[in-house]
Design a binder for this molecule. Sequence first.
Ligand code: EPZ
Length: 418
Amino acid sequence: MGEFVVRGGRRLEGTIRVHGAKNAALPIMAASVLASSPVTLEGVPRLRDVDVMIQVLTALGAVVTWSGTALTIDPTDIHAYVIPQELMQKMRASIFVIGPLLARLGHAVAIQPGGCSIGDRPIDIHIYGLSQLGAEVTEDEMGTQLHAPELKAGTVHLSYPSVGATENLMMAAARIPGETRIRNAAMEPEIVDLAQFLEKMGATVRGAGTSDIRIVGQRELVGVTHTIIPDRVEAATFALAAAATGGHVTLENCIAEHLPGLTGRLRDLGVEVKEHEGDLVEITAPDRYRTTPISLHTGPYPGFATDMQAQFMAFLLKVPGVHIISERVFENRLGHARELRRMGAQIVADQRVALIYGGKALHGAEVRALDLRAGAALVIAGLAADGETVIEDREVIERGYQDLDVRLQQLGADMESR
Ligand code: EPZ
């Protein structure tokens, strides 16, 4: 596996364009399985996870091609309904094709994608929801088989506002005549983007972005063109890198309202966050942070995003005071605290709660990216530390960040990949 090498001590300055959202692109790519004609997506980021989704769609029989920044998916000949195990295990988001396959072919096989470093990642809520719409579920040596000669509209109440389960159900419902209702649905911006895509294809979706979503499906959905929304997690990562290095960075293609819980806290600590016309957000770090102790917990949108938690912890290492972070979405998403301690960070953490003693000196070290957001946190810490940090398993970070080294170099970072 490759490495990122980061030499700290430089302020980040300049302008950076935020790419399309990985977590919107993946479900929308999966939703192309529902269409009877080709789909063209603009703004799809060139990421390892996107490559895996392309492999999944190709394995099912779709023809997927890049032309410049546009990704075209022709689902006409989709015939297979088993997701190759090695792809499902490579990327949990492969599960997003289960709902569309069930709606299109009446059959889908999902092997348990398996846990990852941040948690077990079960799919029980996905399976429960699809069974509520008429899928017959059996478990065998291949995995979880779902059969549904005829899915039927219905109401599903999710036990937890799972992003993926909400998306899978929305996609299945988009091809079911009649009204399907999802209660306790996830409310993330990526859900709204998927809803807009499904509406363009011919479904009717009401309430996306709230916990109560109603979908009236059509048997036939047409392929359309769609531009993916900006990646709020990438935006947060760059904003926190600017704040942690005493920098001044303008983010292009950044929707500030997608950053609830982040912009307010940055302002509380003295970081200036200015929203400008045209999806521009300007971040200016203060000479000295306000020593406001920060206490936050992650939660479903519009709570503080779990995908921004590691990066925020890295930033807090620069802010004098005692801060507390409680990770309430995943059961094991504080592993980066151990890696940050190798850099001199003073953090006490168990699996769910971390106490951060900010304002202490950080020094370069050899560290490892445990998951893509933990890896991004190490990049931020490396930029803010004295000396050289070597981050192993660069490919883990590249699952969610395109050309990270090149783009940060453009902001003045002393960083390279090897
Ligand atoms: C999506 O994952 C994102 N991935 C994750 O981003 C993000 O962290 C997560 O939502 C929460 O916001 C994509 O969109 C591709 P969940 P997802 O279902 O859908 C439990 C990143 O860094 N759960 O909302 O898998 C689950 O274990 C990635 O870009 C069940 O118990 O998240 C977790 O504790 C990481 N049973 C919680 O719910 C289920 O059937 C939230 O999971 C489904 C989920």
